[in-house]
Each structure stands twice: as structure tokens, then as C-alpha cells.
Design a protein around this ligand. Structure first.
Ligand code: SF4
Ligand code: SF4
Length: 493
């Protein structure tokens, strides 16, 4: 069942353009689908052009492409009860101090350094650590400097929306075609429980008045972006007992105003972060509560389920953070852009994606053909490329898929501590990994030792490495057909 493997791993570790192309050509491409487009049939071509390399706007693209955030915009014009200014903006990050705030010129150098070394890099985002539209001069200067040097980079911002209407025209002029707005409410009474104050028109507003202004500005900004054809993603922080149910209403409002994606994220409210919600005991949703809400939102604005709540200075594929490799003290003052690695990578990925899409479609047919009413939750160890290509013990996260006769869907991820370090696994860490995999039926990975496999089995989770390096969906469909179709499969590999 294995399709020819072009090792993306070898591509990202090889230095020169010629080496990359040689690697790609030597890998060959035996599939009849080679070169075919990964564009979904129902999607408009212009929209596909905008999202096909954006790891956040396309679940499929997140297997191949990376983003980086530069922390150039520390000032903010509102207060959210889930934010402490000492920490990353919760709009787009998990709590944790930003390692370093950058000037626009430092950001330009850092972006070039990443572009030279990370071939998957396709999107530059500004997600704070404050508000990118409020701290506008630095946001704009950064985008202008980067766009001058790397013309094919996608520019992306995240904002609370209050200052957004004032910036839409300039965003359009700069070809920023992806904007994230955090919208947690459309009812100011609920908003007053989330936002204690805003700063607008030279003065501070509080209570329902503040929430009403914020709501009106968010809706206006969204409408203005839609009118200009700029794609919008709506982030909503799910706060149980405050806006959990209400996010269904939010989804309807943003759908009517042309939002492209809705990303419902769990509130993170650790008291150690010093946020109002953290200190007053407001809890975040359980994984089940979040999934239940997401399932209820199906049919509205398309949902993003692969968000990793990244840091405001994250670098790399979603789920990995290579930021420490690119701190500003490691980057030369006169660094220049070398496009060779990114160009070669894109050439190979264009072909690989065609194969992958054909394989996916075949996999879904296989699953449907079983006619089984059963479903399985499968956790996959991967380091990109849409393949099962990570060892169990090296995984820092598992991607979770649900498979049933209706198809194969990515439904989320589970973060874990890396179990195996320096060739040895730690029992205490393994216990944590097993706990994080609660509810999973089967783990698929490139390699797993007998010890963790046995302990997973004791917890009722089967682990297999027989599908190592296959496409994820191909492996899942073969597994499902063997399990519920006509050819039974051995219990463990
Ligand atoms: S918009 Fe972002 S930086 Fe501003 S208070 Fe909210 S979470 Fe914090
Ligand atoms: S926080 Fe979510 S939307 Fe933002 S870059 Fe990370 S994965 Fe993408």
C-alpha cells in the first residue's frame, strides 16, 4: 500500500537548491496523480490560491507549510480577563513570556534568517504580544520591510478588532490577505464579563459600554475586510459558563458577515499566569466540552480544528517551535535572503500534494465501502508531509483522526512530553503520554519499542508501526478496512 516516498525530511535538511532538486528527482514520482492539484473541487480558485500555502487556513497545508510570528507589537488597547501583559497575547498564543520583543528591522533580519533555513516557511504573522492594529506603526514597518525582500511571503495579522476599521485600507494596500479577529461575544452583557475596559477615542470605557463599542468595531472591521476580499479567521476563546453556548450565536453573526474560518479555542486559565480568570478560579473547557461545541458548530462557518495556540514568537510547522534557533543575537546584521531552499521545497511539495490528495480520496472510498457503523479514534505520530514518520518516543504531539463510514477527519491534537531522550524512555513521562492519549483506540507511529507498546496495551490503546512512512489516511483506511471490512487484522503489529 505504500506510495513512493519523497522524503521531505531529506529536503529540509539538505542545504543547496541543486541538492534539493537532485533529492526530489531521485525520489521519483510513480503516481498517475503526479502534478495534479490539491485544490478541493468545491473551492473557488482565487480562494485556493490564498490558502494553499497557509498552515492555519488549510488543514491540508499545515502538513507542509510553516509560519512564524514576530513579536513587534507589544501595546494593546483593551484588557481581556484571560490575559496578563507579562505573557503572550492569548489571542494567538499559549501563555509564556515572549523571548524577545523586536524592532521592525530586527524582525526583518529574523524573517530572512528563517526563510534561508526553514524551507517550509510561507507565512509571516504578527500576533502581538499586544495588538497588531493598535501598535500599527511597528506592524506596518515590519510588513513593508519584509515584503520588499521576500515578495512571495504571505502576511497575516491577529487583532482584537477595536482599531481594525482604521487599518483595513492599508492592510489591503499591503496585500495582507489573512486577518484573524478575536471575537468572544456579540452580546455586550456577556462582553462585560470578559473585557473590564477598552481604550478608544482617547479615553477609557468600562462595562457594557466598552463591550458594545468593541462589538460594533469588530463587526464593522469584519464587514470591511469581507468587502475587500480579505480572508478572515475568527478566534473565539471558549469560557465555560460565560460564553460557551453563546459562541453558537457568534458563529451565526460572523457567518452572515463573510468570515472564512472559525477557530474555537479553550480558555487557558492557570492561576500561575496571574490573569483575572486564572486568579478567580474560572475554569477552561474540558476536551470533551470543546469538541461537543465544535461539533454543534458544524454547518456554520467552516471550523479550524488544528490550531495549536502558538506563542507570539513561534517559528516552524504548527506543533513545533524552533524559535530558540533564531534569537536575534545569532543573526548577522547584514544577512541577505537566499530563496533557493524555499523554491526547491515548493517544487517537490507541489508534486507530493497531488499524490497525497489522490491517496486521501482513495482512502475515503475504502472506508465508505466497508459500510461499517463503527468509529475509531486514531492518534498519529508525524513530523509533517502528511505521513506517519515520527517515532512514538520522539513525539511531542499526536494528531488525532476520527474514522467512520462517513470518512476520515482530523479532529485535533494531543500535546505530550517527549518520552524518549538520548535513547532512553522515562516511565513517569510515559504515564503522562498514556494519560494524554485517553480515549484513543490506536496509535500509529514510524517506530515503537516493546515496552511502551505493552504499557499502552494495558491502558487499552493499541500501538502499531507497520504503517510507518505511509500517508496517514492510507494507513487509517487500511486499518479500518481490516478491522471492520472483510479482511481481519492481527491485534497488534
Ligand atoms: S487583545 Fe491580546 S494583548 Fe490585548 S488584552 Fe486581549 S489577549 Fe491581551
Ligand atoms: S495560534 Fe492557531 S491560528 Fe495562530 S499561528 Fe498558531 S495554529 Fe495558526
Amino acid at each position: 500500500m505504500s506510495l513512493p516516498t519523497i522524503s521531505l525530511e531529506s529536503l529540509v535538511s539538505t542545504k543547496s537548491f541543486d541538492q534539493l532538486l537532485a533529492t526530489a528527482k531521485s525520489a521519483g514520482c510513480a503516481s498517475s496523480s503526479c502534478g495534479s492539484s490539491a485544490k478541493p473541487d468545491e473551492m473557488d480558485s482565487a480562494v485556493w490560491e490564498k490558502i494553499k500555502d497557509h498552515p492555519c487556513y488549510s488543514e491540508e497545508a499545515h502538513h507542509y507549510f510553516a509560519r512564524m510570528h514576530v513579536a513587534v507589537a507589544p501595546a494593546c488597547n483593551i484588557q481581556c480577563n484571560y490575559c496578563n501583559r507579562k505573557y503572550d497575547c492569548a489571542n494567538e498564543s499559549r501563555p509564556g513570556v515572549v523571548s524577545e520583543k523586536l524592532t521592525p528591522d530586527q524582525a526583518r533580519r529574523k524573517v530572512i534568517a528563517v526563510a534561508n533555513e526553514v524551507p517550509q516557511f510561507s507565512v509571516l504573522g504578527i500576533a502581538g504580544p499586544g495588538d497588531a492594529c493598535y501598535d500599527w506603526k511597528k506592524t506596518k514597518a515590519t510588513f513593508e520591510r519584509v515584503a520588499t525582500e521576500i515578495s512571495d511571503i504571505k502576511l497575516c495579522i491577529s487583532t482584537n478588532g477595536l482599531a481594525l476599521p482604521d487599518r483595513v485600507a492599508e492592510l489591503a494596500d499591503m496585500n495582507v490577505d489573512h486577518v484573524t479577529i478575536t471575537i468572544n461575544m456579540v452580546d455586550p452583557e456577556i462582553g462585560a464579563k470578559i473585557y473590564p475596559w477598552i481604550f478608544y477615542n482617547h479615553r477609557r470605557h468600562t462595562g457594557i459600554d466598552a463591550a458594545r463599542i468593541l462589538h460594533e468595531r469588530q463587526m464593522l472591521g469584519l464587514e470591511m475586510l469581507t468587502a475587500r476580499g480579505i480572508l478572515t479567521k475568527i478566534n473565539s476563546v471558549m469560557i465555560p459558563g460565560v460564553n460557551g453556548e453563546h459562541l453558537i450565536e457568534v458563529n451565526k453573526w460572523v457567518k452572515e458577515r463573510g468570515a472564512f474560518l472559525h477557530n474555537v479555542m479553550p480558555l487557558i486559565s492557570d492561576p500561575a499566569h496571574g490573569t483575572h480568570f486564572g486568579l478567580t478560579g474560572q475554569r477552561g473547557p474540558t476536551a470533551l466540552e470543546l469538541k461537543t461545541l465544535q461539533d454543534r458548530l458544524e454547518g456554520g462557518v467552516k471550523l479550524m480544528r488544528h490550531c495549536r495556540q502558538c506563542r507570539a514568537d513561534a517559528v516552524g510547522l504548527l506543533g513545533e517551535d524552533r524559535g530558540q534557533e533564531f534569537t536575534i543575537d545569532q543573526i548577522s546584521d547584514d544577512i541577505t535572503y537566499d530563496a533557493s531552499k524555499r523554491n526547491a521545497y515548493r517544487e517537490v511539495v507541489a508534486r507530493e500534494r497531488g499524490d497525497h490528495v489522490a491517496a486521501k480520496s482513495q482512502a475515503v472510498e475504502t472506508v465508505k465501502a466497508t459500510g461499517s457503523g463503527k468509529s475509531l479514534h486514531i492518534a498519529v505520530a508525524t513530523k509533517g508531509g502528511g505521513r506517519i514518520n515520527e517515532h512514538f518516543g520522539h513525539s511531542k504531539e499526536f494528531q488525532v483522526y476520527e474514522v467512520s463510514h462517513r470518512g476520515i477527519s482530523f479532529i485535533g491534537h494531543r500535546k505530550v512530553e517527549q518520552y524518549c531522550l538520548g535513547g532512553r524512555g522515562a516511565d513517569a513521562t510515559l504515564e503522562g503520554v498514556i494519560a494524554a492519549l485517553k480515549g484513543i483506540d490506536i496509535v500509529l507511529c514510524a517506530k515503537i519499542g516493546d515496552c511502551p507498546k505493552d504499557q499502552l496495551a494495558e491502558a487499552g490503546i493499541r500501538a502499531m508501526d507497520v504503517y510507518g512512512y505511509d500517508y496517514i489516511e492510507t494507513a487509517i483506511s487500511a486499518l479500518y478496512a481490516a478491522e471492520f471490512g472483510s479482511e481481519p487484522l492481527a491485534a497488534t503489529a
